[in-house]
Design a protein around this ligand. Structure first.
Ligand code: ADP
Ligand code: AMP
Length: 214
């Protein structure tokens, strides 16, 4: 099973990818996570990416396309994958199409998670993760069962992303509107786009996704 999850920052792509990973035995390929890994490692790509990410812009198509093309070749992608945060521009979507045909792979479903504009900033500025296991939470919408303790691993240290502040979020939403939203039409025009209501409760969104995936 190979999926593309589309949607603006804060739509719930990461949250739902993690749930589908567990349910379907496939892996999440988040270009944002990969880039944060590059930044943490201090690599050349990481150094260049950090400045762009901190400003809320998009990293160059060339870097991203090479990164994802290499990643898809790894053995852990054989059972399937969920693309989260990629493609993010029309050139990336076009490059993905040629990459997949070269590798004789095909995407089963392209699904966009739709959310109201007003919800996005609150979703992003309230987001935090467990530093030990990476489980995602939200100050209002997804609290741990016991305050300050991770449901998954019992960790008590949590962190926030450097770019999840209100100013950067506004730039990220502008980048989404200008550069990423057009790929919704790209897949819609190709007749392969499916939509889920991302304003519904988290469990309900998971159920809608599972219904589409079958
Ligand atoms: P994305 O990966 O699309 O940027 P996330 O999955 O990280 O978005 O979700 C952003 C924040 O919103 C997280 O803190 C998450 O807990 C919360 N969230 C995700 N889906 C929902 C939902 N359906 N309703 C309310 N909050 C949600
Ligand atoms: P995300 O974790 O998906 O919210 O991505 C965080 C940041 O990483 C974005 O704001 C971009 O700067 C960068 N990024 C992630 N994925 C891509 C991509 N496919 N193309 C360009 N930049 C990306």
């Amino acid at each position: 099973m190979k999926l593309i999850l589309l949607g603006p920052p804060g739509a719930g792509k990461g949250t739902q990818s993690k749930r589908l990973e567990e349910a379907l035995g496939i892996i999440q390929l988040s270009t944002g996570d990969m880039l944060r890994g590059e930044v943490a490692s201090g690599s050349e790509n990481g150094k260049k990416a950090k400045e762009v990410m901190d400003a809320g812009g998009l990293v160059s198509d060339e870097v991203i396309i090479e990164m994802i093309s290499d990643r898809i070749d790894h053995d852990d992608c054989k059972a399937g994958f969920i693309l989260d945060g990629f493609p993010r521009t029309v050139p990336q979507a076009e490059a993905l199409d040629s990459m997949l045909s070269e590798k004789s792979l095909r995407i089963d479903d392209v699904i966009t998670i739709e959310v109201d504009k007003e919800a996005m900033v609150r979703r992003i500025t309230g987001r935090y993760t467990c530093s030990a296991c990476g489980a995602g939470y939200h100050e209002d919408f997804q609290k741990p069962a016991s305050a300050g303790v991770c449901d998954k691993c019992g960790g008590t240290d949590f962190s926030r992303r450097a770019d999840d502040n209100e100013e950067t979020v506004r730039n990220r939403l502008t980048a989404y509107e200008e550069l990423t939203a057009p790929i919704i039409n790209y897949y819609d025009d190709a007749g392969v786009l499916k939509r889920v209501d991302g304003m519904a409760e988290i469990n309900q969104v998971t159920a809608s996704l599972k219904e589409i995936i079958g």
